[in-house]
Design a protein. Sequence first.
Length: 306
Amino acid sequence: MSRLYQSYLYIIIAMVIVGSSVVVGKVLVSRIPVFLASEFRFLIASLILIPIWVIKEGRPTIDKREGVSLFLQAFCGVFLFSIFMLYGLKETTALEAGMLTSTLPAIVACIAVFILKEKISKRTALGILFAVAGTILVNMSGHVSEVGSVNNHVVGNSLVLGAVISEALFIILGKASSKRVSPLTITTVMSIWGVLFFLPFSLYELRKFNLADVSLFDWVFLLYYGIFVTVLAFLLMYKGISEVPASHAGVATSVLPLAAVVLSVIFLQEPFSILHGVGLLCVLLAIYIISTKEKQKKEKVREVES
């Protein structure tokens, strides 16, 4: 297998793992309080990453500017994302949460227009429209959903969209940092901040929760969340991106909602309606339209230069 195909495989595996986290998160929030589950997740990840970080990179210096940037990234991409996603999963299905996460490229494009002052092209606008249409269709499926009331369903999906917006802000903020700070350093610092952010809230929840009620099955899920979702998926993604053009990697991330949908149907036996199918198709088209924009620009530049 060539190095390029290996890189694509790394990205696909990472996205399958991230997709599975939606299913695992749905199970965890039904058994363990949200803040406590998140604390265990990042504590496990930190205990693994810190020794690797020290051995491989020693004690890398982070200046004040990078420190503030990493703090904001952690607040958006770790703290807010986890709260919105896990509380959202209490009110909606893992299947729909997985599909809504696939609107990430469109939301990143929207935020980039306002924060980075990037110009929005017709192609990007079309992609955003498809993403919005897909989101509306997924929310419309609440009328035929068996999960709680329609109002709770919409609230759950809104919280998941809040998680996606938080992740989009994390990506925007991390654009510059990823060029100056190593992926291992970013992952480790994010995990450490995760432990600190969730610690006071998890201690409060612990007063009313008996750890003896956590089964072996639950601990296995927590270990999976900490080791595979937080550590392995991130490192695989960065390893793959280093060899694959960003536009191609964007298309590969479409595996995430597909994995979440398939795993939700198989393991949680959640119903899949026609509206779900059409909505998923819309968001996948949005991903493809937006992620291939840069590729087409580069091809035009090459034609002009030749």
